[in-house]
Design a protein around this ligand. Sequence first.
Ligand code: 13P
Ligand code: SF4
Length: 303
Amino acid sequence: MLKDNLEKKIKELKKKRNAVILAHNYQLPEVQDVADYRGDSLELSRIAAKTSARVIVFCGVHFMAETASILCPNKRVIMPDVNSACPMANMITAQQLRTLKMQHPKAVVVGYVNTSAEVKTELDVCCTSTNAVAVVNVFKDTKEIIFVPDKYLADYVSRKTGRRLIPWNGFCPTHIKILPSDIKREKGFHPKAKVIVHPECLPGVVSMADAVLSTSQMCKFAKETQAKEIIIGTEVGIIYRLKQDSPRKEFYPAAEAAVCPNMKRITQEKIVSALETLKEEVRVSDYIRRRARKAIDRMLEII
Ligand code: 13P
Ligand code: SF4
């Protein structure tokens, strides 16, 4: 089907199903084009929690749809491709976290939202890349803080807060593709450009940045900065939105190889099919939902 026809069909089906389409900032342009809202993990969770739509079509990776389902148990959360998974989220299981907790029985457990719902049941509080520093700062009087699963986000938060964290050995396979030599090369090509990077990047990359930001913070920064050129140290899909928001500015990917294949699985065709069949539904059991929700709610209360 032609793009125009697909977009028309999506509009009709959305109305018929009383659905809202949420898309992460890394989604393909064709998906961003039909989204009602684009955002980072935190923004999309907040939107999901507030929407009055009956159906949420989640265009992102599995843990994001799970988070929406935890926050909206009475809505039907569907993924146009349920196999869109986050490899970092799959680097820790609930059993592995329980074992780590046994080794540090007094520790507060902070977990990145990039975790499964089952892992979230073991957390004291959740965080995203937007609020990780603020969340850790709440625990001023706590001696030990476990931080899972991203060791590079843990390193960044530890530097910003001055707290020693107990990390897990997880990482994002996409962000580690961006190397310090990439930043050096791009800065050489574009000496006036500002460098913004995601905190999932390698510490050597983070230390070369003008600002370390979540994806939506990057969108805000790009709109507000006086700089005309910006080097982007994150998944390349975000550049579509940045360019739409600020057509007169130039955005250079720090590394073309920084592509998250899981974020690219969803297409307009798959959205049509999801709206027609209302599948695949992402739902967590009531037992897991109630326990995982505590950690998410605690985060939402902090920031
Ligand atoms: P953001 O919350 O910054 O969008 O990050 C999500 C993610 O998966 C980054 O790789
Ligand atoms: Fe997960 Fe990395 Fe993809 Fe984000 S970019 S969804 S952290 S694999």
